[in-house]
Write a protein that binds this ligand. Structure first.
Ligand SMILES: [Zn+2]
Ligand SMILES: [Zn+2]
Length: 279
């Protein structure tokens, strides 16, 4: 019988080969999704390294909530390193990702930034190591696409980037209420509520992109997974699930009120799907 580790290694290699023709953009550390089983099954510890471009510092609470979720899903001890800032003059900060050459330029630059600033890299064979690394990059500017902006994306098998400025313009319910002089106290409460919502939406983006690294909507052979919405890149079809294709909690329209109370989680179907990636 083939030992488990060898079996996985062989399947990782096969997956890499099978996709090598169409993944030029994301070939930096491998195709997003191929480390899914490693993140879910291998090693005792998961270290999250966070670098941010000057001016777009991560929200500490958002990272902590994200770390807590990663710990629950992977069953590993999660350690988040202190985020470190950097500058990178070649980053334009505004790209239109529906334009083929602009997305190419943005991705190439993001990969270069990762190569320059990332400290912890996974071994070529991460299954031999007790520590698995996740890299999170916060970038300024906005990535425009046809229907809005992309708040985050994956750019290798173990790397996520977030564009927090696109989260700053979200309106979290109740926005139109005018506070009279008597309602200063309520106004303070409301500002606190908005801070919580902004934190929750950032956690949601991190968790969504991590879901892609785990294999959701990315893994070859996912066709049998019934909950997928093929018209939206095989994202989950449940609008309250973190793997839904939009940040809004509504299938249509813009409903962000729920972020005042919580971030999005993996739905039961996505959790079952993730369980099938463990070995
Ligand atoms: Zn997605
Ligand atoms: Zn789901």
């Amino acid at each position: 019988m083939i030992p488990k580790r060898t079996a996985l290694l062989v399947s990782l290699l096969l997956v890499t080969l099978a996709l090598s023709g169409c993944m030029g953009r994301t070939s930096y550390w491998g195709v997003p999704g191929i480390y899914g089983s490693v993140f879910l099954s291998e090693g005792e510890e998961l270290v999250i390294e966070v670098d941010f471009m000057d001016g777009v510092e991560p929200i500490k609470g958002a990272l902590e909530q994200f770390g807590g979720e990663v710990e629950k899903i992977t069953g590993k001890d999660v350690r988040i390193e202190d985020p470190r800032s950097f500058t990178y003059p070649d980053w334009k900060g505004a790209y239109d990702v529906s334009n083929e050459s602009q997305i190419e330029e943005a991705l190439t630059t993001i990969v270069r930034i990762g190569e320059k600033f990332r400290d912890n890299k996974n071994d070529l064979f991460p299954i031999m190591s007790d520590t698995v690394y996740l890299y999170v990059l916060y970038l300024d500017g906005k990535m425009a696409e046809e229907k809005g902006e992309i708040p985050g994306m994956v750019f290798s098998a173990d790397s996520i980037c977030v564009f927090p400025e696109s989260l700053d313009s979200i309106h979290f319910g109740l926005d139109d209420i005018h506070f009279g002089l008597d309602s200063i106290h309520f106004g303070v409460l409301w500002r606190k509520g908005k801070e919580v919502a902004r934190e929750n939406v950032e956690t949601t983006v991190l968790l969504h992109e991590f879901g892609h690294l785990l294999g959701l909507a990315r893994r070859p052979g996912l066709e049998g997974y019934q909950k997928l919405a093929p018209e939206h890149g095989k994202h989950c079809s449940n609008s309250s699930c973190v793997m839904y294709w939009r940040l809004s909690w509504a299938a249509t329209g813009n409903d962000y009120d729920h972020y005042l109370n919580d971030y999005k989680h993996f739905c039961d179907d996505c959790l079952v799907e993730l369980d099938s990636y463990r070995y």
